[in-house]
Design a protein around this ligand. Structure first.
Ligand SMILES: [Zn+2]
Length: 258
């Protein structure tokens, strides 16, 4: 599946993306740093500052403060460094707190924030990591999914912290929210905006169940360990991604009770 390169910019009425300069096999075009703002409001919030990169953080801070804007907080979808490394430095520059999920964090499922008239709701979507959350912007029907759903390709269940059972539940939850009209757009942590999230979630769920069937078959055919399963099931995937694939395989073996 080929899609044009993604360079950031407008994601929805209330969300703009500053693309971080960290492209790679796992980060796709780079990390998407989102700045949210209610039209006409001076208040902003930053989601996933990305890597500790001076030029990137400068561009993000400029956008967060554009037109006499003032940031309220830096939010994190999860703690992986390609999303979170620059958080403390950006928060220092903007003089705001970092609000993160997980133990000791200050975000929890169902939490509703008001940023100068902009409503943002925390939706727990564990699986990629145990602490992963998404952020719903109801006024745009937009869901910021971090690494739970990407704009192209599929993501990794980062075993042992990530777990497939909770990941599948999170995908089902997001799929249900596309079905009932709550989510019309996905603003992912990497890759382009997803304009047809219902179809994309169907692909994600089908892909997971296909992989599970393949892993089950590989084990039945005698694959002795996770690496052997990777070599069979992920044979067509570039070798530089095999270590990541092995984490997903371990998550799948755990799920299957193998
Ligand atoms: Zn991640």
């Amino acid at each position: 599946m080929t899609t044009p390169p993604w360079r950031g910019g407008a994601g929805s009425t209330r969300a703009r993306c500053v693309l971080a300069p960290n492209p790679g096999p796992m980060t796709l075009d780079g990390t998407n740093t989102w700045v949210l703002r209610e039209p006409g409001s001076a208040r902003t919030v930053v989601v996933d500052p990305g890597p500790l990169d001076d030029r990137h953080l400068t561009a993000v801070a400029r956008l967060a403060r554009a037109e006499d804007g003032r940031a309220d907080a830096v939010l994190l979808t999860h703690s992986h460094l390609d999303h979170a490394e620059g958080a403390v430095e950006l928060a220092r520059r903007l003089d705001v707190p970092v609000l993160a999920p997980g133990p000791g964090g200050r975000l929890h499922d169902g939490q509703v924030m008001d940023i100068g008239g902009l409503t943002v709701e925390v939706v727990a979507t564990p699986g990629h990591t145990s602490d992963s959350v998404s952020f719903l912007v109801p006024a745009d029907g937009a869901l910021l999914t971090g690494d739970t759903v990407l704009g192209r390709g599929t993501t990794v269940v980062a075993w042992p912290d990530g777990a497939l059972a909770s990941y599948l539940e999170s995908l089902e939850l997001i799929a249900a929210r596309t079905g009932d009209g709550t989510v019309a757009t996905i603003l992912p942590g990497h890759g382009p905006v997803v304009g047809d999230p219902a179809a994309w979630l169907r692909f994600y769920l089908d892909h997971r169940h296909e992989r599970l069937a393949q892993v089950r078959q590989a084990v039945a055919d005698g694959a002795a360990d996770a690496r052997a399963v990777v070599e069979t099931v992920y044979a067509e995937v570039p070798r530089e991604l095999w270590d990541a694939a092995e984490l997903s395989v371990r998550a799948q073996l755990e799920y299957l009770g193998a």
